[in-house]
Design a protein around this ligand. Sequence first.
Ligand SMILES: [Zn+2]
Length: 485
Amino acid sequence: MAEEKALTPRSEDFSAWYNGVVQRGELAGYTPVRGCMVIRPHGYAIWEMMQAALDAKFKNTGHQNAYFPLFIPESFLKKEAEHVEGFAPEAAVVTHGGGKQLEEPLVVRPTSEAIIWPIMGTWIQSHRDLPLLINQWANVVRWEMRTRPFLRTLEFLWQEGHTAHATEAEAEAEARLILGLYRDFMEEWMAMPPLTGKKAEWDKFAGAVRTYALEALMQNNWALQAGTSHNLGQNFARAFNVKYQTEAGEHDYVWGTSWGVTTRLVGGLVMTHSDDVGLVLPPKLAPIQVVIVPIYKSDDQHADVLEAAERIGEQLKGLARVKLDDRDTLSPGAKYYEWETKGVPIRVEIGPRDLAKRQAMLVRRFAPDGATRKTAVSEDELATRLPDFLDEMQDQMLEAATRRREENSYRGISDYEEFKEIIAATGGFIYTGYCGTEACELKVKDDTKATIRVIPDEDFRSDAPPAKCICGERAVYEAVWARAY
Ligand SMILES: [Zn+2]
């Protein structure tokens, strides 16, 4: 077997490193279709676990899954003026079917408000039908020009929530509930701590009254928008004439929300935790949590070691997702390398010397700076200690990512020169006072490529934000800036 070339280190070329981790980790690959990736089994298994965790959270909060058409009649997309303006430029449109030109072109959904609202409208008559809490797991298509595996592809997978409510306050509460739910998921499962907040007026979803977003800081100090939750007000209800009878017997438009996260999260997971060896996965989202590698030289060792490895595998089976790598075509070193590049959190090594001591060597894929990665554990204690190892690693990964985010957050910045220096030197989340105008953001973007990621929620606001914007005008609120994907 040819010696594989090492990954490009993060410090040298972050983008090349990312592509290398994705390829080497067998998460995704390129296809003959421009801008469309294949999600390989290892990558898809991670997505399935993300789906399962999110789906449980949606259902626990009263949402139901449904499935709506892939195609949207073009005239439907045009009903909400801002919505069509936002999505038409990247729409894929079907003009022919069955060898004939269609009477009306069909848009391949870039998002489904324009097909879900007219259908939900037929389900809603009175206040007793509200709230209507629907989620869809689906693929969508946006005709992107520059694509990258998971981060931006023509077709991607996501979930989209669509809800209708009797009051504005309920719709707002729903949009906020989902924002919190996403945050919990990203922290608990992905060990990726996002900032939450509101998008600037000109940066909200096309057709929304208010857009909330989650922004996570990647290891190159660029932000990744990891999810959004929109309060749609009555915009779509008006566009699609969705009214309900109130308790008082009057008719009023319903209030809506929509919200989504995508396979982009897999890219976020990669860029939050992985290292120069390859993928690093938090235990909760690792398709394989423990790999057992038997080490032997002679044939008689082989039988004994393999027997012990099988015994350990049996012991751990119900406690974690375990794989015994008993291939005799690969050296232990080659196996270590392969499972490291695939991000398996714990490797259990067992060789003749371990066997003699009735122990195994546990090797962590992730350890905090300076901590030891290897621990000898007696065979009797393996089963009781393994869950703690996994839990501890999950916690340590969130701690490390949170620490990295805070170490790369700059608060109280009001001097534009200082702002530019930070962007040029390191990047990160920069908290400034902000005058609230689009012109100001555009100038900063022009100069530095940094944009406003969010107007931060209370949890993230500075104690004493600057009174002045970086443009020198009076600040009306605090904003968090970064370069972003
Ligand atoms: Zn300004």
